[in-house]
Design a protein around this ligand. Structure first.
Ligand SMILES: [Zn+2]
Length: 371
C-alpha cells in the first residue's frame, strides 16, 4: 500500500467519524429518536409524536412484507410444506413470536381487526405488546372477541369458538419440523419429507405405545396434511388438533428463529398419526367443569386457589383456557361454540356437535367417541 493510499484511508475514517458526530447532534426521525424523558409515560408520549413518523406502515418495509406474503402463498399452495423466508429482526427476542408478527403485519390492512392470544388469554404481557405494536404501526383496530377478528395471532391454542372462512389464524411456531424429535439432522429430515418417508416417526410412536400403553404426546402432535406432508401443528394441545381438519379458515404457521412458514388451507384433510388399535385421543376432563362459567366442553387448565376460606386450604380448581369464550359462557352458560354461524352442529374439535353441555359422564363419553 502506498503512502498516499494510507493517507486517503485515514482521511476517510476521520471524515466518517465527523459525519457520525454531526448526525448525532441533528438526528432525523428515521435515524433514531432521541428520547429525553423523566418517566416512561413521557417517553411513550414522545414516541406518539414524530417518533413513529420514521417507521413504515405495519413496521416492516414493503419489500419484506412482499417477501413474507410470497412465502405464505407458496406455503398455501403446498399444504404442510415448510417454506423458507428471509426472517427479519423484530423489536423483541426471537422465540417470542417474531415469525407470527411478521406474517400478521404483512397481511394486516387498516380496515382489519386484530386479536392476539397467548396460551388462551388476551391479557398476557406478550399478547398485549404484540397487539399494541400492530395498533400503533398498522392502524388496525383490535379486539378480544374471537368472532369479531379478521386476523388472530396465537401461541399454544386455537380458540374454542368456530372460525369462519373470512378469518385468518396465525400460529407462532418454536420448532418447525416434527421429525427433529426422532432425528436432529435437518438435512436428513428434508430428504424424508421429500420422499414422504415417515417410518422413523412411526417407530417413535410404536415405542411410545410399548412404553406407555398409548401414544403419549401432549402437544405438537405429529399430523399428516392432505395425505402428503408430516407437520407439527405447533405446541397446541391435542384438544385443538382436530379443529384444523376440514376447517373453514386458513391457518398459517410461522417461525421467526427458524425462518420457515407453512400453512393449512381451508377444507384440507389434517389427520393426526395413529395406529388402528391405538387411536388418536384428546385430553379428557372427567367430572370437571370450569370454576367460573361451568363449561364442561372446553379445554380446562388447573388453577389453585382458596375456595373455602374457613380452613384456608388451597384447592385445585379448573377454568377455561380460552378466557374470551369463558366470559361469554359466564353470561350465557348454554351458548354453543358455533353461536355466530347460520348453521348448527358444526364439527369443531371435541365436544362441539349438538348438545354442548350435558352431564360430565355424557360429555366425557362424547369426547371419547369423537376422538
Ligand atoms: Zn369457563
Amino acid at each position: 500500500m502506498t503512502e498516499h493510499e494510507q493517507t486517503g484511508l485515514a482521511d476517510d475514517a476521520s471524515a466518517e467519524t465527523a459525519t457520525e458526530g454531526g448526525t448525532n447532534d441533528n438526528r432525523q426521525p428515521d435515524r433514531g429518536t432521541p428520547i429525553r424523558a423523566e418517566t416512561v409515560d413521557a417517553a411513550l408520549d414522545a414516541l406518539h409524536g414524530e417518533g413513529m413518523a420514521g417507521y413504515s406502515y405495519a413496521y416492516l418495509d414493503e419489500h419484506t412484507k412482499r417477501e413474507v406474503r410470497r412465502a405464505t402463498l407458496k406455503a398455501i399452495a403446498i399444504p404442510g410444506h415448510q417454506v423458507p423466508y428471509a426472517s427479519r429482526p423484530m423489536p423483541l427476542a426471537r422465540g417470542w413470536g417474531t415469525g407470527g408478527i411478521q406474517v400478521s403485519l404483512s397481511v394486516l390492512g387498516p380496515d382489519d381487526t386484530f386479536k392476539v392470544i397467548d396460551q388462551g388469554t388476551d391479557g398476557s404481557v406478550n399478547a398485549a405488546n404484540i397487539r399494541r405494536l400492530a395498533e400503533e404501526t398498522a392502524n388496525v383496530s383490535t379486539t378480544t372477541d374471537t368472532t369479531e377478528a379478521d386476523v388472530i395471532q396465537t401461541r399454544h391454542r386455537i380458540p374454542e369458538e368456530v372460525l369462519c372462512d373470512d378469518q385468518l389464524l396465525v400460529l407462532q411456531v418454536p420448532v418447525t419440523d416434527p421429525l427433529r424429535k426422532v432425528d436432529p439432522s435437518d438435512a436428513a429430515n428434508r430428504k424424508r419429507h421429500a420422499h414422504r418417508n415417515y417410518g422413523k416417526m412411526w417407530v417413535h410412536l410404536y415405542e411410545n405405545v410399548v412404553e406407555w400403553g398409548e401414544i403419549n404426546i401432549g402437544a405438537s402432535y405429529p399430523t399428516m396434511v392432505a395425505g402428503r406432508y408430516l407437520m407439527s401443528p405447533s405446541p397446541i394441545p391435542r384438544w385443538d388438533t382436530p379443529k384444523l381438519d376440514d376447517a373453514d379458515h386458513l391457518s398459517i404457521f410461522a417461525a421467526g428463529r427458524e425462518a420457515r412458514i407453512y400453512a393449512v388451507p381451508p377444507n384440507t384433510r389434517v389427520k393426526p398419526l395413529a395406529f388402528e388399535d391405538r387411536q388418536f385421543t384428546v385430553e379428557r376432563f372427567p367430572d370437571r367443569a370450569c370454576h367460573l362459567c361451568g363449561s364442561e366442553d372446553t379445554f380446562l387448565v388447573e388453577l389453585s386457589e382458596t375456595r373455602d376460606g374457613s380452613d384456608g386450604r388451597f384447592q385445585t380448581c379448573y377454568v377455561c383456557n380460552d378466557t374470551s369464550f369463558c366470559e361469554k359462557r359466564h353470561s350465557d352458560p348454554d351458548r354453543p361454540k358455533d353461536h355466530h354461524l347460520d348453521r348448527e352442529g358444526v364439527d369443531w374439535g371435541p365436544g362441539t356437535p349438538d348438545v354442548p353441555r350435558t352431564t360430565a359422564d355424557d360429555a366425557a363419553s362424547e369426547r371419547g367417541e369423537s376422538g
